[in-house]
Design a binder for this molecule. Structure first.
Ligand SMILES: Cc1cc2nc3c(=O)[nH]c(=O)nc-3n(C[C@H](O)[C@H](O)[C@H](O)COP(=O)(O)O)c2cc1C
Length: 164
């Protein structure tokens, strides 16, 4: 699949909004991810309000891409009612990667910004978005039309593979 190999983290964006249909496609892709026992432990907050994006950029020292992004998506985990809570992080990772690949497919640029498991960042996102105890902040994704797109690197390293 070509998007797997062409995707890179994009941290600078054109000054134009992302269409709502495209944002919805990203969420559809995220929710198409596999999850343990199909528990789908995800919730999403889509942020387009400038003031909120700017505040979220301060939730982590590495979330500055949100300052110039027209949209951000907070990937949240459900805190209750999961059959296999110990697998929630894998499930949320798979859904976040799906979202990034769909962004690439749609000609958008995106970057995954880590929040969990760092308590300080999780608290900051929860406070800014006014999250209740039923969800926790897993990651932030900045999204926009790429202003510049670094060239992808081939990271295949055969020394990491053992064939048996
Ligand atoms: C769990 C995780 C957390 C990340 N956190 C950040 C972050 O906070 N800020 C950022 O700019 N990039 C972040 N990234 C993006 C990585 O820096 C990036 O994926 C890596 O350098 C490889 O580059 P590529 O995505 O262009 O292939 C994160 C990626 C992952 C998977």
């Amino acid at each position: 699949m070509k998007e797997i190999f062409s995707r890179v983290s994009v941290r600078r964006y054109e000054d134009r909004p992302v269409e709502e249909e495209k944002l919805e496609r990203l969420l559809r892709a995220a929710m198409a991810a596999p999850s343990a026992g199909n528990q789908q432990p995800w919730e999403f907050t889509v942020v387009r309000e400038r003031a909120l994006l700017d505040r979220l950029a301060g939730a982590s020292p590495y979330a500055k891409p949100l300052l110039g992004a027209p949209a951000g998506i907070a990937v949240l985990g459900r805190a209750q009612g999961l059959r296999f809570p110990e697998y929630a992080v894998q499930d949320l990772s798979a859904c976040t990667q799906n979202l990034l690949l769909e962004a690439e497919h749609l000609g958008l640029g995106a970057v995954w910004m880590g929040i969990a498991p760092l308590a300080e960042r999780m608290r900051a996102v929860a406070e800014i978005l006014g999250l209740g105890a039923e969800v926790w902040a897993f990651a932030l994704v900045a999204v926009g039309y790429p202003l510049e797109k670094p060239a992808p690197h081939d990271r295949f390293d055969e020394s990491r593979v053992q064939w048996r």
